[in-house]
Write a protein that binds this ligand. Structure first.
Ligand SMILES: [Zn+2]
Ligand SMILES: [Zn+2]
Length: 323
């Protein structure tokens, strides 16, 4: 037998025994989902091993694959163009959605959620009633079971927002909560602390943005919607523990947000900006990028990097981007 044939046979046996040892059954329903379930599992397995090797874990690879995978927090900052759409999968496989992008991104956004095997959301946050954050809200409520919705006590007269209210009115079994600083949510080992809005009235819809800190063991992420420097000042004045590994940069990197004082309080290792390529607002603004760079955070941007996904095991975080 020549060497090439022997190598080929060896690879074939390895692939076959790996496939035989994988148990996709619990997540497989029908054909198309089978492949996406396998893909998403493979992606998180790869991240598990990456985290294991980074963290210097000394468990055997078999153990780390099964144990770490079920203990990962996965957050995807979905490329929705100009807007925000963030999917969170908790380590115990519950889904949380933070905004849902503009209507223009409907097809790819809903397709992404389905590719991640989302069937129901434990919590959906509509951070504020702008169309680049709630553009696909009705579609989300119709396509997936939603248990809880958090939204600020803010209203506008746009069709997008009115349609959302009408849909919520139809779906009587969704629990709706007006978000307010000081509220706490627990999903398994994941804790969510709502830090803004703290006042009843603001001048601009962006200032009503729900800001929350999500903590999983030693890892934390700060979600800011389109909150302004005014809100950042309020959160600093309230002496909240704002320190977080990852900062979802406020208002698509606009100069209206992300002050140096706020960055000093958050001390992020990574900053994620969700914005559209060549958007008409000029987001992210150069001055914001400079402030973030001076704060020493590595910047990821959906306009350049595509969908950005982070995997956290409670100690280490691995970030992977689509592009
Ligand atoms: Zn926005
Ligand atoms: Zn906005």
């Amino acid at each position: 037998m020549n060497k090439r044939l022997l190598a080929f046979l060896l690879v074939f046996i390895l692939i076959f025994s790996f496939a035989a040892s994988c148990d996709f059954a619990p997540t497989v329903d029908v054909g198309s989902q089978a492949s996406s379930a396998a893909e998403s599992r493979t992606a998180s397995s790869a991240a598990s091993s990456a985290i294991s090797s980074q963290a210097g874990a000394h468990v055997s690879s078999e153990e780390s694959a099964s144990e770490n995978e079920s203990r990962l927090l996965v957050v995807s900052f979905i490329d929705v163009g100009q807007g925000d759409g963030i999917l969170i999968r908790t380590p115990d496989d519950k889904f949380i959605l933070v905004d849902c992008g503009p209507a223009e991104a409907e097809k790819s956004f809903i397709a992404f959620l389905k590719s991640q095997n989302v069937r129901e959301f434990e919590y959906v946050f509509f951070t504020h009633p702008h169309a680049d954050h709630i553009g696909n809200a009705v579609k989300v409520l119709q396509e997936f079971k939603v248990k809880n919705v958090y939204m600020p006590d803010a209203a506008t007269t746009t069709k997008t927002f009115t349609n959302l209210l009408n849909e919520l009115d139809k779906q009587k079994d969704i629990k709706i909560t007006q978000a307010k600083a000081g509220q706490k949510i627990t999903v398994g080992e994941v804790n969510i602390d709502i830090l803004s809005p703290s006042k009843d009235k603001y001048g601009d819809l962006n200032e009503y943005s729900i800001v929350f800190k999500l903590t999983y063991k030693e890892n934390s992420i700060l979600f800011t919607g389109d909150a302004y420097i005014k809100n950042e000042k309020e959160m600093i004045a309230a002496s909240y523990d704002l320190k977080a590994d990852i900062l979802k940069v406020g208002h698509h990197g606009s100069d209206s947000s992300t002050s140096t004082e706020f960055l000093n309080a958050v001390q992020p290792k990574y900053a994620v900006i969700s914005c559209g390529l060549d958007n008409s607002f000029g987001h992210p603004h150069k001055s914001t990028l400079e402030r973030i760079a001076s704060a020493g955070a590595k910047i990821y941007r959906t306009d350049n990097d595509g969908t950005i996904t982070l995997y956290a095991n409670g100690v280490e975080i691995v970030i992977k981007s689509e592009k």
